[in-house]
Design a protein around this ligand. Structure first.
Ligand code: BGC
Length: 359
């Protein structure tokens, strides 16, 4: 009897150690999502970058063993809210959200919090809710700084007498990033505007006036066409346009092609969208900012994995991003400067695009 008992106990101990070893193996290999589904919400398919972000996230999450529910919301806030509601109802294990309007998700995310579903804000910070656990993005202020510095150098503002004419165009006011991009650029350019070396002939300088609803190319084109016809139609030279991203820069380039006769101005951008890289090659856009969405996805998948294992996610900034309810721990990836000289190395050699895509 005693021997049998010892035998049973030994069997239980052996089974327990085998189970523990299996669990440990999972931890060591850095996997496996198992049955866990990660909800990934992207704003729109209209802009190239979000398609890439969505694809990269899906691919990398699946490779880490997770199931993925990936949704795009046609830039419609209500659609995004419904998609998130459905994901919560379906008990996803974690939500990764690139918001359309940073301020509009508080109510739906309160439901996520109630169900203890962690939320990672992807690229754009989600505002005024305590349901966001982490934020991962590129350094938005640095994006703007690089754009401002490009114009500063290209016009040699430190030395040249000027004055030079500049116009400004930024993004959607509901996107928390837009203000960071704009401030980063304007912190470089404003001293020159104040001293009169840079002149904004349209007088349109404040964020609200130069914002572009939905970051839309058409809206950007219409505004710049109006500015050209009112201030530059008589042959007045426009020296530079500070555009915060590629969709707005494309609108600017379209407006210039349609109605401007002077020398082509310096034009900034961001994202290295295919149409814009083609414009850089053709001399119609001076620079862009390359944000390698593969790197952002890798970082977010690391966050997901850490959280799913009950740990803390890796971050490198715990002071810059306050969403109105407190600081959100953030991982900042570094944006990279791109132009006609380095795009091959950056975009083709790294496998981001093929040569054919840029023809
Ligand atoms: C992103 C940019 C993008 C813009 C328009 C911003 O939140 O950070 O990369 O160009 O949205 O989609």
């Amino acid at each position: 009897m005693k021997k049998r008992l010892i035998g049973i106990l030994l069997c239980i101990l052996m089974a327990a150690s085998v189970l523990a070893a299996c669990g440990k193996k999972d931890e060591e290999t850095g996997s496996k999502g198992g049955d866990k589904t990660i909800g990934v919400c992207m704003p729109t398919k209209d802009l190239q970058r979000w398609n890439q972000d969505g694809e990269n996230m899906e691919k990398q999450l699946k490779a880490a063993g997770y199931k993925v529910d990936l949704q795009y919301a046609s830039n419609d806030v209500q659609t995004q809210v419904s998609q998130i509601e459905n994901m919560i109802a379906n008990d996803v294990s974690l939500l990764v959200i690139a918001s359309i309007e940073g301020d509009s998700l508080g109510t739906v995310l309160a439901q996520a919090k109630e169900k203890k579903i962690p939320v990672i804000a992807y690229d754009r910070l989600i505002m005024n809710t305590d349901a966001v656990s982490y934020y991962a993005t590129f350094d938005n202020y640095m994006v703007g700084t690089k754009q401002g510095e490009y114009i500063e150098e290209a016009l040699d503002l430190k030395n040249a007498a000027g004055p030079f004419n500049i116009e400004l165009i930024t993004g959607d006011p509901g996107d928390n990033n837009a203000k960071y991009f704009f401030d980063g650029a304007m912190d470089v350019l404003n001293p020159y505007i104040d001293s009169g070396k840079l002149v904004v002939k349209s007088g349109q300088k404040d964020f609200a006036t130069v914002a572009t609803a939905s970051w839309s190319t058409e809206n950007a084109q219409t505004r710049i066409e109006n500015i050209i016809s009112s201030f530059y139609a008589d042959g007045t030279q426009l020296h530079a346009v500070m555009a915060s991203n590629d969709s707005t820069a494309l609108g600017v380039a379209n407006a210039l092609t349609a109605s401007y006769t002077g020398e082509w101005p310096i034009l900034t951008g961001q994202d290295c969208d295919i149409a814009n890289v083609k414009n850089m090659k053709a001399g119609k856009q001076s620079m862009s900012i390359f944000k390698d969405t593969r790197d952002l996805a890798t970082q977010v998948v690391k966050m997901v994995d850490a959280i799913m294992k009950g740990g803390d996610a890796p971050v490198n900034d715990t002071k810059s991003y306050d969403n109105g309810k407190g600081i959100v721990p953030t991982y900042l990836c570094e944006p990279v400067f791109a132009d006609a000289n380095n795009y091959k190395e950056l975009l083709i050699d790294s496998g981001y695009y093929t040569e054919d895509q840029l023809k």
